[in-house]
Write a protein that binds this ligand. Sequence first.
Ligand SMILES: [Zn+2]
Length: 213
Amino acid sequence: MDIISLLVPEDKYALKCPHPMKPSFIVVHNTANDASAHNEISYMRTNQASTSFHYAVDDNYVVQGIPEDRNAWHAGDGPDGEGNRKGIAVEICYSLSGGERFHKAERLAAKFIAHKLSQYGWGLNQVRKHQDFSKKYCPHRTLDLGWERFLNMIREEMVERADAPEPWAEEAWNWAQSVGLMDGTRPKDPVTRQEIALIAQRMERRLRNANDT
Ligand SMILES: [Zn+2]
């Protein structure tokens, strides 16, 4: 998954992300703004406020501003709060006006969060909302539209990931299907001995046909 890196300069660490962090979950936010992900991160990394967040996601891009091994100030639960000290903050853009681009941003955020859950070996219960850590009604528009609905979007993306080959295997997987060695289903299932025999036979016949022509 493509992520644009626009990290805060190290001389801003003391202000924006002073503590090393071992992340334990995702914290979902809405920006309550109509700026793009690039503009949200650019503004965050250059202003003089301590407020910070790891990622901003809009309808097209995921942009990173803080490394995942450092904390950010986003959850409103104080200097030692769990949200601020253990959460990877994900801001979903365009929540002020909503509409189509917000829906697309939510969809891309769900895809990105599914990717993070898979990377860390986490489940859906590692997806929290800002509201869980402070009284702030955030992610406001995502909550208005339904939190369970958003979790379901992440669930759908997790299923989609499970049904797709990993990026490193994608080309070979598509090739094996296109030449008829494999049927193109269940890319992550284990292989049985009889399936290996079948694949070997198909391969042998394929080579023989190639030699005949
Ligand atoms: Zn928030």
